[in-house]
Design a protein around this ligand. Structure first.
Ligand code: NAD
Length: 459
């Protein structure tokens, strides 16, 4: 487990050690041993699967591509987690992401464990036929450990419904006659996917922001104004105020988050900046987000990169450097691209007072501490970006029942689930001065530890 997640799990266990209502039947020396067992279980994956996929390229060459499936913990249900196609994929990164999934499903009461997969490629460097072959090989190499009741992958960075459809089809060929709809989630609708799954993460990311800074704030402003908590002060400063918003990343998560912010009528939002792997686009009066979404859809997901491209598509914006999105003077910054974007060396340049983690682990531990100390509200990945796994769970259920929900039902259930989690966490966050991430981890570790104890896993 990467140091940040590991350190927060350890801090959570330390906090729980002195809590007499936590595992009250385990006392004295036995309690210490149980906590050691918990630390060991939560900080290491159950299984690490690694392969070198043999792929025949279009030019006749054969390449061996590193691929991983890491199964972190299945105490709460079958392993669940995305498959990432990115050149930076490595065992440590995938292990950390798998651990985060274990904690995320525990926090949101989704009956799955935590897993993650990855293939170390830049998918843009491969033809469609080569990508198809990579997807098939991935399932062939890991077929023994995948399945609707064992381990259920989903899309992540660099993958989407096309890849999930290919992978499910391969799973079906390898396991004739077995149920297969629940083997992968994030599939296309026609192929057994759930309505709303593609949008689920971005919608959930925006929902956590809206719920905290509008619904919860409106309902609890009296109580919050009596609090000396620095995060409560930051939130109250925004009561009934408009928000200027910047969004890093304009893929599946970022573009949907941008549309949600643009269309939200509960808050007075201005999406002033969006960015991707090439550029930041800035317009102080607010960007035409629907036009940018349309542009990206027609250009392999990329935003316009020059004045000429902006002019021909009728979009008004200034073209800035890719990293500039992080340092703009906006109220809110959504991070929806990669890990480690805000670090010790650039945290001093961050101006936003509210940061929402759509991406996994976009803020390093050092930067996290510095931001929390200044009262910056960080809605962490474990809380904010769980919409994907929650609707994946709905997709898995629908596949089992072969009954499908309407889009309206999916979003209603998604928001109900996220709201329940937020309501169980926010009073503690605004009540005691622990950062939200820490609050969420304590909650998730409590649930996991209790289940592990009940399953007899702490001996
Ligand atoms: P995606 O591949 O659809 O989009 C990624 C975006 O980031 C693109 O706009 C890309 O241009 C941009 N980008 C790439 N490198 C960049 C860089 N160096 N600087 C700035 N921007 C850069 O991926 P996605 O599915 O939107 O996932 C984004 C993040 O959200 C990842 O961290 C992923 O793990 C996390 N996440 C995704 C889901 C999901 O359901 N898709 C669920 C949970 C978490």
């Amino acid at each position: 487990m990467a140091s940040q997640t590991g350190a927060i799990v350890q801090q959570s266990l330390n906090a729980l050690m002195g809590d007499s209502s936590f595992l009250p039947l385990i006392q004295d020396q036995r309690r210490e041993q149980a906590f050691q067992s918990l630390a060991a279980i939560l900080s290491t994956p159950n299984k690490v699967h690694k392969a070198f996929l043999r792929i025949a390229l279009d030019n006749g060459n054969v390449e061996r591509i590193p691929a991983f499936r890491i199964q972190h913990n299945d105490a709460l249900g079958p392993y669940k987690g995305g498959i990432r196609f990115h050149e930076s994929v490595n065992e440590e990164e995938v292990t950390n992401l798998a651990a985060l999934m274990t904690l995320k499903t525990a926090l949101h009461e989704v009956p799955f464990g935590g897993g993650k997969g990855g293939v170390a490629i830049n998918p843009r460097n491969f033809s469609e036929k080569e990508l198809y072959s990579i997807c098939k090989k991935y399932v062939q190499y890991f077929s023994d450990v995948l399945g609707p009741d064992k381990d259920i992958p989903a899309p992540d960075m660099g993958t989407g419904e096309r890849e999930m459809d290919w992978m499910m089809a391969e799973y079906k060929s390898i396991n004739p006659g077995s149920p297969y709809l629940g083997s992968f989630t994030g599939k296309s609708i026609i192929n057994g996917g759930s309505l709303g799954r593609r949008e689920a993460t971005g919608k959930g990311v925006y929902f956590t922001f809206r719920y905290m800074l509008h619904d919860f704030l409106q309902k609890n402003s009296e109580w919050l104004s009596g609090s000396t908590n620095i995060f409560a002060q930051t939130a109250l400063a925004y009561k009934d105020k408009p928000f200027s918003i910047a969004i890093q990343g304009f893929g599946n998560v970022g573009s949907v988050t941008a549309m949600e912010a643009y269309n939200c009528t509960a808050l007075r939002n201005r999406v002033v900046a969006v960015s991707d792997r090439n550029v930041t686009l800035y317009n102080e009066d607010g960007l035409d987000v629907p036009a940018l979404v349309e542009y990206a859809a027609a250009h392999r997901g990329d935003l316009p990169t020059s004045n000429e491209e902006l002019n021909t598509s009728g979009i008004t914006a200034n073209v800035l450097e890719r990293e500039d999105v992080l340092y703009l003077n906006t109220d809110v910054l959504f991070l929806a691209a990669l890990e480690d974007q805000i670090r010790g060396d650039n945290v001093g340049k961050i101006q936003a007072r509210i940061i929402v983690e759509g991406a996994n682990a976009p803020i390093t531990g050092e930067a996290d501490e510095a931001l929390a100390a200044s009262g910056t509200i960080i809605i962490p990945d474990i809380l904010a970006n769980a919409g994907g796994v929650i609707v994946s769970y709905f997709e898995w259920l629908q596949g089992r029942e072969t009954q499908f929900y309407t889009e309206e039902e999916v979003y209603k259930q998604l928001y109900a689930k996220m709201q329940k989690t937020m309501n169980s966490i926010l009073p503690a966050y605004f009540g005691d001065p622990l950062p939200l991430r820490q609050n969420c981890f304590v909650h998730a570790v409590t649930k996991l530890s209790t289940v592990l104890y009940r399953q007899g896993k702490l001996y």
